[in-house]
Write a protein that binds this ligand. Structure first.
Ligand SMILES: [Mg+2]
Length: 124
C-alpha cells in the first residue's frame, strides 16, 4: 500500500484528502504544520507528499528542502492557492516533483500521485 502524507494547515483539506485517498487504498497520514510534517516524514516514511506551500510555522518550501535532503527519492507535489509564481518556481528549483493549485482538481491530483508512484517503481 502506498504511503501518502498530506500536509496542510487547513484541517478540512487534510481530512478531505485523507478520505479521498483512503477510499482509493492509500495509507494516509496528515500533518497540520511544517513541524508535524517533518516529524511524520521521518516516522511514517511516505512515498509521496502533498505539501501546502503556505503554512504558519515552517512553510512548505522549508519542509520540501528538508525532506528532499533526508530522502531524495520521496515524491513531493506542492499544493498552493493562487500563489505568486516565484514561490512555485522556488519549489521546483528545490526539487519539487510537481505542483497543483487550489481549488483542487481531484482527478488531476489522483492521476499525478499515481504517475509519481509508477515512476518510483520504474527506477532501480
Ligand atoms: Mg495553507
Amino acid at each position: 500500500m502506498t504511503r501518502l502524507l498530506v500536509v496542510d494547515d487547513e484541517p478540512e483539506i487534510c481530512e478531505f484528502l485523507k478520505t479521498f485517498f483512503e477510499d482509493r487504498d492509500f495509507q494516509v497520514e496528515t500533518a497540520g504544520s511544517g513541524e508535524a510534517a517533518l516529524k511524520s516524514a521521518e516516522t511514517f516514511c511516505p512515498q509521496v507528499i502533498l505539501l501546502d506551500i503556505k503554512m504558519g510555522d515552517v512553510d512548505g518550501l522549508e519542509v520540501l528542502k528538508k525532506v528532499k535532503q533526508a530522502n531524495p527519492k520521496v515524491k513531493v507535489i506542492m499544493v498552493t492557492a493562487l500563489e505568486t509564481t516565484d514561490k512555485i518556481e522556488a519549489a521546483m528549483r528545490l526539487g519539487a516533483d510537481n505542483y497543483i493549485t487550489k481549488p483542487l482538481s481531484l482527478e488531476y491530483l489522483e492521476n499525478d500521485v499515481r504517475e509519481k508512484i509508477s515512476s518510483l517503481a520504474a527506477k532501480p
